[in-house]
Design a protein around this ligand. Structure first.
Ligand code: NAD
Length: 483
């Protein structure tokens, strides 16, 4: 049994709370580690360490901070296989996916913000010949970073890298369900020689550790990725304390396929956008809308290819879909499928727990599931399931597709499939989503704004937007001498 520890001021320590949580391998249905369930006292220690290290880290300057980030990326890359295996064990996803997506992206996050840091610019305004304004961005101080379980290291480093690159120090509260790679990252940070206290990791659940971090008076900003309900709760705590807040929340993303689409590609990509990472990606396209004239043809190909999307042991190279993250999440996913059927929906494939043999006999596997005939008001269409379940709904006109796409409270991402350029522009503009892909899915570029509309979040991160979030802007105005 592995025992994880908090990482405060460069030291691994037991929680002051003396409380621990079980950590499970969801593909085996077996507890394999314990992680701290920290409380406000542990958070206070970490915030104090971050506060002490802030002035020197800020003063270090951009080049030296960038060098640390690049070193972290190099070490992570060298330990790629070890991290991928750990992420898979902790989260349930295929090892191959953890390598190609999660850990590769974690490495890229450090590299990107190390170099992005060296391309920052300020603005200047000349009010008159004798009055010059210029902006100066400075780091905020201690920033709190709270992350979910679906892309554990990927999302954690998406926050750590920009926060420390721009000169802040951080206290992280990773998901208590998937703490392993966050714990391993601390070792990498020490190996890279990062000064103690720049990154602190405090493990624990939301109500004790997370809440204490949001409430702490010396934490200047919170960057949160997680569920919409948790985000709303966080906002009520953080807003009266005037903390900067970035909220990356849930999604229920539409995938709209018009009759003029390249159908073969739309089918192939829709299988990935529905079921990659067991459907546990906030950007998964869980509501598919297909124009009536190609509805049957799409369904035929989609069902056929979904049946080939192999559920299996995450450590096997041919596995495309691993285990859901926990027994309770599996029960939640299954309950939505039952609800859809009770509302009149029909299962075209999947719809039940997948039973594996051998080592994975007790794992939380679920078959990739396609539902049709689900009424649009059903909670299975309106609410986020966050699992390998998609609904497919026909539409007749462009206006109808837009109305259906915009109906749920979410607005994170959307995919459109059409060969008509004017339609692509028109619909992309009309769909309420922070990210719209045309003829593709999950094409990410770390420079572009990332975030959601409506109940999918508040603010944007990535490139300039992360710079904006993790810094404070000052206007400095100089009255120049006349002679
Ligand atoms: P969650 O909201 O339950 O937990 C997220 C994090 O918040 C965890 O670390 C948790 O411990 C912490 N937390 C819980 N209560 C808290 C509180 N009162 N104060 C402070 N912290 C608290 O979400 P989850 O189940 O871990 O993750 C799944 C959700 O995340 C889905 O809704 C998914 O769409 C969303 N998500 C969004 C994005 C995005 O970029 N928009 C990316 C990934 C996941």
């Amino acid at each position: 049994m592995q025992t994880l520890k908090n990482f405060i001021n460069g030291q691994f320590t037991d929680p002051l709370s003396k409380r621990w949580l079980d950590v499970e391998n969801p593909a085996r249905g077996r507890i394999y580690a314990q992680c701290p369930n920290s409380d406000a006292a542990d958070i206070s220690l970490a915030v104090e360490a971050a506060r002490r290290s802030f002035p020197a880290w800020k003063a270090l300057g951009e080049d030296k901070r960038a060098a640390y980030l690049l070193k972290v990326a190099d070490i992570l890359e060298k330990r790629m296989d070890e991290f991928a295996e750990a992420e898979s064990r902790d989260q349930g996803k295929p090892v191959s996916l953890a390598r190609s997506m999660d850990i590769s992206r974690a490495t890229a996050n450090f590299r990107f913000f190390a170099t992005r840091l060296q391309h920052t610019e300020e603005k200047a305004f000349k009010s008159s010949e004798h009055v010059l304004h210029y902006t100066e961005r400075s780091p905020l101080g201690v920033v709190g970073l709270i992350t979910p379980w679906n892309l554990p290291l990927y999302l954690l480093t998406w926050k750590i890298a920009p926060a420390i690159a721009f000169g802040n120090t951080v206290v992280c509260k990773p998901s208590e369900i998937t703490p392993l790679t966050a714990f391993m990252l601390c070792d990498v940070l020490n190996e890279a020689g990062l000064p103690p206290g720049v990154v602190n990791m405090v493990f624990g659940d939301g109500p004790s550790a997370g809440q204490a971090l949001v409430e702490h008076k010396n934490v200047r900003a919170i960057s949160f990725t997680g569920g919409t309900k948790t985000g709303a709760h966080l906002a009520t705590t953080a807003a009266p304390l005037f903390k900067k807040l970035s909220l990356e929340l849930g999604g229920k993303n539409p995938n709209i396929i018009f009759e003029d689409a390249d159908l073969a590609t739309a089918v192939q990509v829709s299988v990935r956008s529905s079921f990659l990472n067991q459907g546990e990606i906030c950007l998964c396209g869980s509501r598919i809308y297909v124009q009536k004239s190609v509805y049957e043809k799409f369904l035929e190909g989609f069902v056929e290819q979904t049946k080939k999307f192999k559920v299996g042991d995450p450590s096997h190279s041919e596995t495309r879909m691993g285990a859901l993250v926990s027994a309770s999440h599996l029960a939640k996913v299954d309950s939505y499928v039952k609800l859809a059927v009770a509302d009149g929906g029909r299962i075209l494939c999947g719809g039940k727990r997948a039973r594996l043999e051998g080592e994975c006999a007790h794992g939380y596997f679920y078959e990739p599931t396609i539902l049709v005939n689900v009424p649009h008001h059903s909670r299975a269409i309106q609410e986020e399931i966050f699992g390998p379940v998609v609904t497919v709904t026909p539409f007749e006109t462009e206006a109808e597709a837009i109305a259906l796409a915009n109906e749920p409270e979410y607005g994170l991402s959307a995919s459109l499939w059409t060969e008509n350029l004017s339609r692509a522009h028109r619909v992309a503009r009309a769909v309420e989503a922070g990210i719209v892909w045309v003829n593709g899915w999950l094409l990410r570029d770390l420079r572009v704004p990332f975030g959601g509309m409506k109940a999918s979040g508040l603010g944007r991160e990535g490139g300039d937007w992360s710079h904006e979030f993790y810094t404070e802007t000052k206007d400095i105005c100089i009255q120049l001498r006349h002679s």
